[in-house]
Design a protein around this ligand. Structure first.
Ligand SMILES: C[S@@+](CC[C@H](N)C(=O)[O-])C[C@H]1O[C@@H](n2cnc3c(N)ncnc32)[C@H](O)[C@@H]1O
Length: 257
């Protein structure tokens, strides 16, 4: 693992001399709404999907588990509670969300590593992680960043490791999912600085949900041999779909369990 810098809030930055800050779509689409995020996910029934993802990941004692787009840390805390000896790492570009996660971990007496960063540029060595998790983050990534993030997940996984992803189904948005899209479309009409909507970075344009077929296709394109949708669940935010992708293990018998 690299040696990141740790700031006062306990959030680690890959390097103090080259902090990477670029646009991203925050949870709830707006930093001011972040404090309502956990209550919101409970209300719309997303919490059970987060728990289902952790159960599907089959985390074993001693595993290193990374969540990309960890936000306020719900999935990290569920994973750490489930398997206390696992090393649980959360990465997110939103330092405010990571500070929330830090406070929750301290409150619950659980140890997490929290890193500032982006899913398409992970600050971890090749083959250093047993499980990569991603919960409701994929639709936050603009087009080209999706496959780049999956390539990074593939790179950091050890042979036999697996990626477990849950995200909104682009073809079956719920009422709240449709409202989120409308709000972003509306925001795109408003002038923001001197940029026209067309010039605006893709990460500021709003959520980009993908169909199940597209997610599986992108996983294969990123190098995963085995990739499939493994379930669905209806929530008030829309239907969410679960996916599993495995990094090939060239030597039978040495599979990460
Ligand atoms: C809807 S929240 C989900 C948070 C958490 N996974 C959960 O289940 O509660 C999406 C998260 O993705 C993060 N995100 C946005 N762009 C990202 C990127 N390029 N790389 C990693 N995370 C990103 C946001 O900051 C936000 O915390």
């Amino acid at each position: 693992m690299s040696h990141p810098m740790t700031s006062q809030d306990g959030v680690e930055h890959p390097s103090a001399s080259s902090p990477e800050d670029r646009p991203y779509l925050p949870a709830m689409g707006n930093p001011r709404l972040l404090r309502f995020y956990d209550a919101f996910t409970r209300l719309v029934g997303v919490r059970s999907a987060q728990w289902q993802l952790v159960a599907q990941a089959g985390i074993a004692p001693g595993h290193t588990v990374l969540e990309i787009g960890a936000g306020t840390g719900t999935v990290l805390l569920l994973a750490k509670r489930a398997v206390g000896s696992a090393t649980v790492i959360g990465l997110d570009p939103d330092v405010q969300a990571l500070a929330f996660a830090r406070r929750r971990a301290v409150h619950d007496g659980l140890q997490l590593r929290l890193d500032h960063g982006y899913a398409d540029r992970l600050p971890y060595p090749d083959g250093s992680v047993d499980r990569v998790l991603s919960a409701l983050m994929f639709h936050h990534l603009p087009g080209a960043e999706k496959v780049a993030a999956l390539r990074e997940a593939h790179r950091v996984l050890n042979p036999g490791g697996s990626l477990h992803l849950v995200d909104l189904d682009g073809e079956q948005p719920g009422v709240i999912g449709r409202l989120m899209h409308r709000r972003h479309e509306h925001n795109d009409q408003a002038p923001r600085g001197d940029q026209s909507p067309a010039d605006r970075p893709a990460a500021l344009r709003g959520p980009e949900t993908a169909s199940a077929a597209d997610v599986v296709r992108l996983m294969r394109e990123a190098g995963f041999d085995e990739a499939c949708a493994v379930g669905r669940r209806r929530t008030a935010a829309g239907v969410v779909r679960f996916y599993r992708a495995e990094r090939d293990n060239p030597q039978p018998g040495t599979r990460s369990t």
